[in-house]
Design a protein around this ligand. Structure first.
Ligand code: DAH
Length: 339
């Protein structure tokens, strides 16, 4: 009986040593120590032994059982460690490989222009004001001295919305809102979207951007207007680009002017972009019409002022030499990445 046990122990240890995975190990546990296992079988057959043999064989059987259990446990630890090592090897990351480049965001050229202009006007003591995109007829037209039958009110130019409201056709209504709220001296700018019924093409968009400015104080003259606007064009286009003031007409200013910069494409020689004139128009301006001041509650006997409105999309195109206004809206990364 004892020899049989020793043979079983030997067999078990050999098999355990060569077990290659956890499943095989479990199998061996069942084979030798399970309910119907080989060692268990020996213990069960002890009833047939001589009474004085029993304790000896019982002790031996328990020893064998313990040894096999211990070996199983030891092998289990080794196999587990091997498995872990293999897993780590398979999942290893090669930290010497080059990383994937991160895509950084860029500031949109329209926002670049707005921020550059805002910084400049803040340095000159202007405040930044805001107004709604959906406006009343009063602020968009009436209070700016645009009479009932003026072409700018034409259904073809203005987007009307329900309730007698409209989408502002320019940023000038914010001038009126500011004059109603503040008392002179006033130095303000505002910028944002404007809307006009227009076919979308390379140089026109039904949604566009303007930056509006207004200065009101005692003794403000056209020279102040010129000084500020020349500073602005220098800031945006550099000192190399020429600037010209051209007489014009706006109902809300008198006298009025339009301001051009020399064409970047032909350096003022005349080309298709500037319609052979050598000049590109960027803004309208003038001395605020006294009627406009009075309508907003400012005493036109004591105060004068100037105002201007710039087309920011045009300015961005002329500054960054963008030939098609649609690039500003297309969100094509190949375009946006250049800024
Ligand atoms: N509101 C005008 C436009 O949209 C631009 C303009 C011209 C604004 C003269 C002004 C100004 O403030 O004084 O065409």
């Amino acid at each position: 009986m004892e020899r049989k046990l020793e043979a079983l122990q030997e067999e078990a240890l050999e098999k355990i040593a060569s077990a290659r995975d956890l499943a095989e190990l479990e199998q061996l546990q069942v084979e030798f120590l399970g309910k119907n296992g080989k060692v268990t079988g020996v213990l069960r057959g002890m009833g047939r032994l001589d009474p004085e043999e029993r304790p000896k064989v019982g002790k031996k059987a328990n020893q064998v059982k313990e040894i096999i259990e211990k070996e199983l446990e030891a092998r289990l630890q080794i196999l587990k460690a091997d498995q872990e090592k293999q897993r780590l090897q398979e999942e290893a990351i090669d930290i010497t490989l080059p990383g994937k480049p991160l895509q950084g965001g860029r500031i949109h050229p329209m926002q670049l222009i707005i921020e550059q202009l805002e910084d400049m006007f803040l340095r000159m003591g202007f405040s930044i004001e805001e107004g709604p995109d959906v406006e009343t007829d009063y602020y968009n037209f009436e209070a700016l001295n645009i009479p009932e039958n003026h072409p700018a009110r034409d259904m073809q130019d203005t987007f009307y919305v329900e309730g007698g409201l409209l989408l502002r056709t320019h940023t000038s209504p914010v001038q009126v809102r500011t004059m109603e709220k503040q008392t002179p001296p006033i130095r303000m700018i505002t910028s944002g979207k404007c809307y006009r019924v227009d076919e979308l093409d390379a140089t026109h968009s039904p949604v566009f951007h303007q930056l509006e400015g207004l200065v009101i104080d005692r003794g403000i003259t056209f020279s102040h207007l010129k000084g500020v606007l020349i500073a602005v064009t220098r800031e945006i286009f550099g000192a190399g680009r020429e600037v010209r003031f051209r007489p014009s007409y706006f109902p809300f200013t008198e006298p009025s002017a339009e301001v051009d910069v020399s064409c970047f494409k032909c350096q003022g020689q005349g080309c298709s972009l500037c319609s052979r004139t050598g000049w590109l128009e960027i803004l309208g301006a003038g001395m605020v019409n006294p009627r406009v001041l009075e309508m907003s509650g400012i005493d036109a006997e004591r105060f004068t002022g100037f105002a201007f409105g710039m087309g920011l999309d045009r300015m961005a195109m002329y500054k960054y030499e963008i030939e098609d206004i649609r690039h500003l809206w297309d969100n094509d990364l190949r375009f946006l990445k250049q800024f």
